[in-house]
Design a protein around this ligand. Structure first.
Ligand code: IPE
Ligand code: MG
Length: 231
């Protein structure tokens, strides 16, 4: 979700206003997934590196985060959305951590859409924490280091219980991953748009899905192999 700051700066308004405007685009995105039957949506809300922004902006984002947790979770639960968080939770104030836990517990049985919020998240952080878990288990004798494979690492990462992401969408015009789901994006289709996050609407998401439908996903195979396997 990129472009909130620029959206506000273009209006000669403080960057924090852009973050507030971005809330509507989050709602649009969730509604879109529910309407289209998309079963998993992962939003990159706040990166490991975003903590280094000016204190005032970080503070405003925390306030907004807290406010959204208070105002949105009940409605998401009613709509059948399971809410989950990935990222370095001890970095957050206790008030936010407590609400994250409440949201996850309340919505845990929902199956219509899994909404994962990546907050204080970095792809490198995720891989490092999974390695730390494996090392701890190996040191305790629970696993044999020689047996560690991709599936074992994967199962200790943030999105372990979801299918691999099909489509990555970045708004705001920059053509990079910026430490999002580094492991999980190995074969994900990437799609970029100049649209700033607060301007995101269903027509932008339609364009992303149309582009996705045109891609040939080969997963390292040849075109002929892929064509053969679908017959
Ligand atoms: C993304 O918008 C939202 C967060 C990082 C929380 P930005 O704040 O990065 O917006 P730009 O890139 O400065 O326009
Ligand atoms: Mg940005």
């Amino acid at each position: 979700m990129d472009g909130n700051g620029r959206w506000a700066e273009r209006r000669q308004r403080p960057r924090t206003l852009g973050h507030r405007a971005g809330v509507k685009a989050v709602q649009v995105c969730i509604e879109y997934c529910l309407a289209q039957g998309i079963e998993a949506l992962t939003l990159f809300a706040f990166s490991s590196e975003n903590w280094n922004r000016p204190q005032e902006e970080v503070g405003a984002l925390m306030k907004l985060f807290l406010r959204m947790l208070d105002s949105e979770v009940d409605e998401l639960h009613r709509r059948g959305v399971r809410v989950a968080f990935i990222g370095d939770r001890p970095g957050f104030p206790e008030a936010i951590r407590a609400r994250m836990a409440v949201a996850e517990t309340l919505t845990r049985g929902n199956t219509r859409l899994v909404l994962t919020i990546a907050a204080s998240y970095g792809g490198r952080w995720d891989i490092a924490q999974a390695c730390r878990q494996l090392a701890t288990e190996a040191a305790a004798g629970a696993i044999d280091p020689a047996t560690i494979d991709e599936a074992m690492l994967h199962s200790r990462l943030g999105l372990a219980d979801l299918p691999e992401p099909d489509l990555f969408i970045r708004t705001g015009g920059d053509l990079r991953i910026s430490n999002f789901l580094l492991w999980q994006l190995a074969y994900t289709e990437l799609w970029f748009t100049e649209t700033l996050w607060p301007d995101l609407d269903a027509s932008v998401l339609d364009a992303a899905l149309a582009a996705f439908a045109d891609r040939e996903r080969r997963f390292g195979l040849t075109s002929a192999q892929v064509a053969g396997s679908t017959e």
